[in-house]
Design a protein around this ligand. Structure first.
Ligand code: C2E
Ligand code: MG
Ligand code: MG
Ligand code: MG
Length: 287
Protein backbone atom coordinates (compact mmCIF):
# COMPACT_ATOMS: atom_id res chain seq x y z
CA UNK A 1 0.00 0.00 0.00
CA UNK A 2 2.67 2.45 1.12
CA UNK A 3 4.90 1.47 -1.77
CA UNK A 4 2.07 1.89 -4.21
CA UNK A 5 1.33 5.35 -2.82
CA UNK A 6 5.01 6.30 -3.04
CA UNK A 7 5.03 5.19 -6.65
CA UNK A 8 2.06 7.33 -7.57
CA UNK A 9 3.45 10.31 -5.68
CA UNK A 10 6.69 9.87 -7.61
CA UNK A 11 4.77 9.62 -10.86
CA UNK A 12 2.86 12.79 -10.01
CA UNK A 13 6.15 14.51 -9.20
CA UNK A 14 7.79 13.60 -12.50
CA UNK A 15 4.64 14.56 -14.38
CA UNK A 16 4.60 17.99 -12.76
CA UNK A 17 8.33 18.36 -13.45
CA UNK A 18 7.80 17.46 -17.08
CA UNK A 19 5.03 20.01 -17.25
CA UNK A 20 7.22 22.70 -15.67
CA UNK A 21 10.07 21.99 -18.09
CA UNK A 22 7.66 22.07 -21.00
CA UNK A 23 6.12 25.33 -19.90
CA UNK A 24 9.61 26.81 -19.55
CA UNK A 25 10.53 25.68 -23.07
CA UNK A 26 7.26 27.01 -24.47
CA UNK A 27 7.91 30.34 -22.79
CA UNK A 28 11.42 30.47 -24.27
CA UNK A 29 10.11 29.77 -27.76
CA UNK A 30 7.46 32.40 -27.22
CA UNK A 31 10.05 34.94 -26.09
CA UNK A 32 12.28 34.19 -29.06
CA UNK A 33 9.39 34.97 -31.39
CA UNK A 34 8.39 38.00 -29.32
CA UNK A 35 11.84 39.51 -29.79
CA UNK A 36 11.95 38.66 -33.49
CA UNK A 37 8.45 40.03 -34.16
CA UNK A 38 8.82 43.04 -31.81
CA UNK A 39 5.89 42.11 -29.58
CA UNK A 40 7.30 44.17 -26.71
CA UNK A 41 6.28 47.72 -26.03
CA UNK A 42 6.64 50.23 -23.22
CA UNK A 43 4.10 51.71 -20.89
CA UNK A 44 4.83 54.89 -19.01
CA UNK A 45 4.11 55.76 -15.41
CA UNK A 46 4.29 59.44 -14.47
CA UNK A 47 6.88 60.49 -11.94
CA UNK A 48 5.22 63.22 -9.91
CA UNK A 49 6.47 65.93 -7.52
CA UNK A 50 4.97 65.49 -4.05
CA UNK A 51 4.68 69.22 -3.28
CA UNK A 52 2.51 70.25 -6.24
CA UNK A 53 1.64 67.11 -8.26
CA UNK A 54 3.65 68.27 -11.29
CA UNK A 55 4.71 65.54 -13.73
CA UNK A 56 8.50 65.66 -13.81
CA UNK A 57 9.15 62.51 -15.79
CA UNK A 58 8.12 58.94 -16.45
CA UNK A 59 9.33 55.41 -15.85
CA UNK A 60 9.31 53.01 -18.80
CA UNK A 61 7.76 49.65 -17.95
CA UNK A 62 8.03 46.73 -20.33
CA UNK A 63 4.89 45.06 -21.67
CA UNK A 64 4.44 42.08 -23.96
CA UNK A 65 1.59 42.03 -26.44
CA UNK A 66 1.22 38.28 -26.74
CA UNK A 67 -0.64 37.23 -29.91
CA UNK A 68 -3.02 34.89 -28.01
CA UNK A 69 -2.58 35.69 -24.29
CA UNK A 70 -3.00 39.44 -24.60
CA UNK A 71 -0.99 41.76 -22.41
CA UNK A 72 1.70 40.02 -20.36
CA UNK A 73 3.47 41.73 -17.43
CA UNK A 74 7.14 41.66 -16.38
CA UNK A 75 6.65 39.32 -13.38
CA UNK A 76 5.89 36.58 -15.91
CA UNK A 77 8.76 37.11 -18.32
CA UNK A 78 11.70 39.11 -16.89
CA UNK A 79 13.11 36.08 -15.03
CA UNK A 80 12.54 33.88 -18.09
CA UNK A 81 14.37 36.43 -20.25
CA UNK A 82 17.30 36.33 -17.85
CA UNK A 83 17.33 32.53 -17.62
CA UNK A 84 17.14 31.97 -21.34
CA UNK A 85 19.88 34.48 -22.07
CA UNK A 86 17.58 36.87 -23.95
CA UNK A 87 17.69 39.71 -21.44
CA UNK A 88 20.52 41.55 -23.17
CA UNK A 89 18.63 41.55 -26.44
CA UNK A 90 15.39 42.56 -24.73
CA UNK A 91 17.25 45.29 -22.87
CA UNK A 92 18.56 46.68 -26.14
CA UNK A 93 15.00 46.73 -27.45
CA UNK A 94 13.87 48.61 -24.32
CA UNK A 95 16.58 51.23 -24.79
CA UNK A 96 15.65 51.70 -28.44
CA UNK A 97 11.94 51.96 -27.63
CA UNK A 98 12.55 54.39 -24.76
CA UNK A 99 15.04 56.69 -26.49
CA UNK A 100 13.04 56.58 -29.72
CA UNK A 101 9.85 57.57 -27.92
CA UNK A 102 11.61 60.37 -26.08
CA UNK A 103 13.06 61.72 -29.32
CA UNK A 104 9.59 61.65 -30.83
CA UNK A 105 7.96 63.51 -27.92
CA UNK A 106 10.78 66.05 -27.77
CA UNK A 107 10.50 66.81 -31.48
CA UNK A 108 6.75 67.11 -31.13
CA UNK A 109 7.27 69.55 -28.27
CA UNK A 110 5.10 67.66 -25.75
CA UNK A 111 7.94 66.59 -23.47
CA UNK A 112 8.42 69.00 -20.53
CA UNK A 113 11.74 70.90 -20.47
CA UNK A 114 13.53 69.31 -17.56
CA UNK A 115 11.62 66.04 -17.41
CA UNK A 116 13.44 62.73 -17.40
CA UNK A 117 12.68 59.34 -18.80
CA UNK A 118 13.65 56.52 -16.49
CA UNK A 119 14.70 53.12 -17.85
CA UNK A 120 15.13 49.91 -15.84
CA UNK A 121 18.47 48.21 -16.46
CA UNK A 122 18.91 44.51 -15.64
CA UNK A 123 22.14 43.06 -14.23
CA UNK A 124 23.04 41.31 -17.49
CA UNK A 125 22.76 44.61 -19.36
CA UNK A 126 24.64 46.58 -16.77
CA UNK A 127 27.52 44.10 -16.51
CA UNK A 128 27.85 43.68 -20.26
CA UNK A 129 31.28 45.02 -21.18
CA UNK A 130 29.78 47.29 -23.84
CA UNK A 131 27.13 48.81 -21.58
CA UNK A 132 28.57 52.32 -21.25
CA UNK A 133 29.51 52.48 -24.94
CA UNK A 134 26.08 51.25 -25.95
CA UNK A 135 24.22 53.88 -23.95
CA UNK A 136 26.44 56.67 -25.31
CA UNK A 137 25.95 55.36 -28.85
CA UNK A 138 22.16 55.12 -28.49
CA UNK A 139 21.97 58.64 -27.04
CA UNK A 140 23.74 59.82 -30.17
CA UNK A 141 21.59 57.79 -32.56
CA UNK A 142 18.36 59.17 -31.08
CA UNK A 143 19.78 62.64 -30.50
CA UNK A 144 18.71 62.52 -26.86
CA UNK A 145 20.34 64.68 -24.17
CA UNK A 146 22.00 62.55 -21.48
CA UNK A 147 20.37 64.79 -18.85
CA UNK A 148 16.88 63.66 -19.88
CA UNK A 149 17.73 60.01 -19.14
CA UNK A 150 17.73 58.22 -15.81
CA UNK A 151 18.86 54.61 -15.47
CA UNK A 152 17.47 52.44 -12.67
CA UNK A 153 19.58 49.69 -11.18
CA UNK A 154 18.74 47.62 -8.15
CA UNK A 155 20.65 47.04 -4.95
CA UNK A 156 21.29 43.43 -5.93
CA UNK A 157 22.88 44.56 -9.22
CA UNK A 158 25.16 46.92 -7.35
CA UNK A 159 26.13 44.30 -4.79
CA UNK A 160 27.46 41.95 -7.47
CA UNK A 161 30.45 44.20 -8.09
CA UNK A 162 30.72 47.47 -6.19
CA UNK A 163 33.93 48.73 -7.85
CA UNK A 164 32.80 47.90 -11.39
CA UNK A 165 29.45 49.48 -10.67
CA UNK A 166 30.97 52.73 -9.47
CA UNK A 167 33.17 53.06 -12.55
CA UNK A 168 30.33 52.48 -14.97
CA UNK A 169 28.02 54.86 -13.17
CA UNK A 170 30.70 57.54 -13.01
CA UNK A 171 31.42 57.21 -16.74
CA UNK A 172 27.79 57.90 -17.67
CA UNK A 173 27.12 60.40 -14.90
CA UNK A 174 30.02 62.55 -16.07
CA UNK A 175 27.98 63.02 -19.27
CA UNK A 176 24.84 63.94 -17.36
CA UNK A 177 22.94 60.63 -17.21
CA UNK A 178 21.24 60.21 -13.84
CA UNK A 179 21.15 57.00 -11.82
CA UNK A 180 18.50 55.72 -9.46
CA UNK A 181 18.79 52.90 -6.96
CA UNK A 182 15.54 50.98 -7.49
CA UNK A 183 13.57 48.89 -4.99
CA UNK A 184 15.61 50.36 -2.15
CA UNK A 185 15.28 48.41 1.08
CA UNK A 186 14.52 45.01 -0.44
CA UNK A 187 18.10 43.96 -1.18
CA UNK A 188 20.91 43.12 1.16
CA UNK A 189 23.14 46.07 0.51
CA UNK A 190 25.03 47.42 3.42
CA UNK A 191 24.15 50.98 4.29
CA UNK A 192 27.87 51.77 4.35
CA UNK A 193 27.98 51.30 0.56
CA UNK A 194 25.18 53.74 0.04
CA UNK A 195 27.36 56.72 0.90
CA UNK A 196 29.96 55.55 -1.63
CA UNK A 197 27.55 54.93 -4.48
CA UNK A 198 27.44 57.71 -7.02
CA UNK A 199 23.67 57.64 -7.54
CA UNK A 200 21.30 60.59 -7.73
CA UNK A 201 18.03 59.04 -6.67
CA UNK A 202 16.80 56.53 -4.14
CA UNK A 203 13.54 54.78 -4.99
CA UNK A 204 11.82 53.38 -1.93
CA UNK A 205 10.27 50.02 -2.70
CA UNK A 206 6.49 49.98 -2.62
CA UNK A 207 6.42 47.31 0.09
CA UNK A 208 7.50 50.01 2.57
CA UNK A 209 4.89 52.44 1.37
CA UNK A 210 1.98 50.00 1.29
CA UNK A 211 1.63 49.44 5.03
CA UNK A 212 2.77 52.86 6.21
CA UNK A 213 -0.74 54.23 6.58
CA UNK A 214 -0.85 55.04 10.23
CA UNK A 215 1.81 57.68 10.95
CA UNK A 216 2.68 55.98 14.24
CA UNK A 217 3.17 52.47 12.80
CA UNK A 218 6.51 50.69 12.47
CA UNK A 219 6.22 50.82 8.70
CA UNK A 220 5.78 54.58 8.81
CA UNK A 221 8.86 54.79 11.03
CA UNK A 222 10.88 52.82 8.45
CA UNK A 223 9.59 55.01 5.64
CA UNK A 224 10.44 58.18 7.57
CA UNK A 225 13.92 56.84 8.32
CA UNK A 226 14.66 56.03 4.68
CA UNK A 227 13.50 59.49 3.58
CA UNK A 228 15.66 61.13 6.23
CA UNK A 229 18.65 58.98 5.27
CA UNK A 230 18.26 59.89 1.59
CA UNK A 231 18.00 63.58 2.37
CA UNK A 232 21.02 63.39 4.61
CA UNK A 233 23.02 61.79 1.79
CA UNK A 234 21.74 64.54 -0.56
CA UNK A 235 19.88 62.01 -2.68
CA UNK A 236 16.55 62.72 -4.28
CA UNK A 237 13.97 60.36 -2.86
CA UNK A 238 11.11 58.77 -4.80
CA UNK A 239 8.38 56.67 -3.21
CA UNK A 240 6.94 53.87 -5.34
CA UNK A 241 3.48 52.36 -5.14
CA UNK A 242 1.57 55.35 -3.75
CA UNK A 243 -2.05 54.24 -3.93
CA UNK A 244 -3.94 56.45 -1.49
CA UNK A 245 -4.14 60.07 -0.37
CA UNK A 246 -3.07 59.21 3.22
CA UNK A 247 0.12 57.70 1.78
CA UNK A 248 0.79 60.88 -0.14
CA UNK A 249 0.06 63.03 2.92
CA UNK A 250 2.48 60.98 4.97
CA UNK A 251 5.16 61.37 2.29
CA UNK A 252 4.59 65.12 2.10
CA UNK A 253 4.79 65.47 5.89
CA UNK A 254 8.11 63.66 5.81
CA UNK A 255 9.74 65.60 3.01
CA UNK A 256 9.71 62.97 0.27
CA UNK A 257 10.54 64.65 -3.06
CA UNK A 258 8.68 62.67 -5.71
CA UNK A 259 6.36 59.71 -6.13
CA UNK A 260 4.82 57.22 -8.51
CA UNK A 261 1.69 55.20 -7.99
CA UNK A 262 -1.84 54.29 -8.91
CA UNK A 263 -3.10 57.33 -6.95
CA UNK A 264 -1.83 59.58 -9.72
CA UNK A 265 -1.75 57.11 -12.61
CA UNK A 266 -1.13 53.51 -13.50
CA UNK A 267 1.47 52.86 -16.18
CA UNK A 268 -0.24 53.79 -19.47
CA UNK A 269 0.58 53.40 -23.14
CA UNK A 270 2.46 56.03 -25.14
CA UNK A 271 -0.67 57.58 -26.63
CA UNK A 272 -2.38 57.92 -23.25
CA UNK A 273 0.78 59.34 -21.71
CA UNK A 274 1.06 61.91 -24.50
CA UNK A 275 -2.54 62.96 -23.85
CA UNK A 276 -1.79 63.22 -20.14
CA UNK A 277 1.25 65.42 -20.84
CA UNK A 278 -0.82 67.72 -23.03
CA UNK A 279 -3.68 68.11 -20.56
CA UNK A 280 -1.18 68.56 -17.76
CA UNK A 281 0.60 71.32 -19.66
CA UNK A 282 -2.74 72.97 -20.37
CA UNK A 283 -3.61 72.81 -16.69
CA UNK A 284 -0.30 74.36 -15.74
CA UNK A 285 -0.45 77.26 -18.17
CA UNK A 286 -4.05 78.21 -17.41
CA UNK A 287 -3.47 78.32 -13.63
P1 C2E B 1 9.95 48.48 -10.74
O1 C2E B 1 11.02 49.03 -11.60
O2 C2E B 1 10.12 48.64 -9.28
O3 C2E B 1 8.60 49.13 -11.26
C1 C2E B 1 7.54 49.45 -10.45
C2 C2E B 1 6.44 48.44 -10.52
O4 C2E B 1 5.40 48.82 -9.62
C3 C2E B 1 5.75 48.35 -11.89
O5 C2E B 1 5.35 46.99 -12.08
C4 C2E B 1 4.53 49.23 -11.71
O6 C2E B 1 3.46 48.92 -12.59
C5 C2E B 1 4.17 48.91 -10.29
N1 C2E B 1 3.38 49.96 -9.65
C6 C2E B 1 3.44 51.28 -9.89
N2 C2E B 1 2.60 51.95 -9.08
C7 C2E B 1 1.98 51.04 -8.31
C8 C2E B 1 1.00 51.12 -7.26
O7 C2E B 1 0.52 52.18 -6.88
N3 C2E B 1 0.62 49.95 -6.69
C9 C2E B 1 1.14 48.75 -7.07
N4 C2E B 1 0.70 47.66 -6.44
N5 C2E B 1 2.07 48.64 -8.04
C10 C2E B 1 2.49 49.77 -8.65
P2 C2E B 1 5.57 46.23 -13.44
O8 C2E B 1 5.36 47.14 -14.61
O9 C2E B 1 4.78 44.96 -13.36
O10 C2E B 1 7.11 45.90 -13.40
C11 C2E B 1 7.62 45.05 -12.42
C12 C2E B 1 9.13 45.04 -12.41
O11 C2E B 1 9.63 44.49 -13.64
C13 C2E B 1 9.75 46.44 -12.34
O12 C2E B 1 9.75 46.89 -11.01
C14 C2E B 1 11.12 46.17 -12.89
O13 C2E B 1 11.96 45.63 -11.90
C15 C2E B 1 10.86 45.10 -13.93
N6 C2E B 1 10.81 45.75 -15.25
C16 C2E B 1 9.79 46.40 -15.85
N7 C2E B 1 10.15 46.87 -17.05
C17 C2E B 1 11.46 46.54 -17.21
C18 C2E B 1 12.43 46.76 -18.25
O14 C2E B 1 12.19 47.41 -19.25
N8 C2E B 1 13.69 46.24 -18.04
C19 C2E B 1 14.00 45.55 -16.91
N9 C2E B 1 15.25 45.07 -16.80
N10 C2E B 1 13.14 45.34 -15.92
C20 C2E B 1 11.87 45.83 -16.08
MG1 MG C 1 12.06 50.70 -11.73
MG1 MG D 1 11.11 49.92 -8.16
MG1 MG E 1 9.55 47.41 -7.22
Amino acid sequence: QAKQQGGSVFRMFTESMKLAVRQQLDLELDLRRALKDSEFCLHFQPLVRVSDNTIIGAECLLRWHHPTKGMVYPDVFITALEQSGFMLEAGDAVIDLAFGQLQHWQREGVWPQDARLSVNISPSQFFDENFVEKIIQRLRVYDVQPTSIELEITESTVMQDIRGTMQKIEALRSMGVRFALDDFGTGYSSLSYLKLLPVDVLKIDRSFVKDAIDATSNDAAILQTIIRLARHLKLEVVAEGVETQPHLDLLRDNGCDNYQGYLYSRPIDAEAFRTLLLSHRGALTTV
